[in-house]
Design a protein around this ligand. Structure first.
Ligand SMILES: N[C@@H](CCC(=O)N[C@@H](CS)C(=O)NCC(=O)O)C(=O)O
Length: 234
């Protein structure tokens, strides 16, 4: 059994999609990051980085309970455990490369583009330009790679496609103001629509819907999500 620590945001969404695709038994445990639950000691013992997603596999290696944190680590772990959505062994170098491109490039630059265009104070033009342009550049790299390909790696659906879906789902926020966010990236549009049309994607979108996550962006939420804006606590 897997305990899945979840908030309805892009990185947990990738893991929700994998769990649904693989048909694994799991229990969703809400972590309301807007209330600061990611900073609680009990959750920090599962993810010392204080972010979602994380999982606990009660039947991990050697039958021991084990934690895994960070969406990409979780995708690789679950794919290896189940043997599902891994590429062929010959394509493994490509799979690892694109997973890391998504984990360290497309994802974080999308996140910072959202932050500086939607959450940061007005007037930070340098930061807005840098993150928006870097997000666009990563979109372009993946769009070019997908020319003539149905999937990111090889000729089958893998955890790279699952990973890409999480942040591509937020394209309209990443590319704020764009009339058609995928307009300049037809191959990304095709990939996103292919993944999004899978029945597991519809089920993944339902994960956590039975929980009332906090929606108000008040002082508690700002302190929880952006602690670097406040003096360090002793
Ligand atoms: N590299 C991590 C990033 C995780 C991450 O940034 N999660 C966000 C939600 S998408 C979060 O927990 N935000 C709350 C916070 O930063 O306090 C991963 O891929 O899992």
């Amino acid at each position: 059994m897997i305990r899945f620590y979840f908030h309805p945001t892009p990185n947990p969404a990738k893991v929700a999609l994998f769990l649904e695709e693989a048909g694994l038994a799991y229990e969703t445990i809400p972590v309301d990051t807007s209330k600061g639950e990611q900073h609680m000691p009990a959750f920090r013992s599962i993810n010392p980085n204080g972010k979602v997603p994380a999982i606990v596999d009660t039947d991990g290696p050697a039958g021991r309970e084990t934690r895994v944190f960070d969406s990409t680590a979780i995708l690789i772990y679950l794919a290896e455990q189940t043997g599902k959505f891994l590429s062929s062994p010959e394509d493994r170098p490509e799979l690892l490369s694109w997973l890391m491109f998504l984990a360290s490039g497309l994802g974080p630059f999308s996140g910072q583009a959202v932050h500086f265009q939607h959450a940061a104070p007005e007037g930070l033009d340098y930061a807005v330009n840098r993150y928006r342009r870097e997000a666009e550049r990563h979109y372009q790299v993946l769009n070019d790679h997908l020319d003539g390909r149905s999937f990111i790696v090889g000729d089958s659906y893998t955890i790279a496609d699952i990973s890409a879906w999480g942040w591509l789902d937020r394209a309209s926020r990443v590319l704020k103001g764009a009339e058609e966010p995928f307009g300049a990236y037809p191959n990304l549009k095709r990939l996103f629509e292919m993944v999004d049309a899978r029945p597991a994607a519809a089920r993944a979108r339902e994960v956590g819907k039975d929980h009332a996550f906090k929606r108000i962006n008040d002082e508690e939420t700002k302190r929880a999500l952006f602690p670097s804006n406040y003096p360090p606590t002793a």
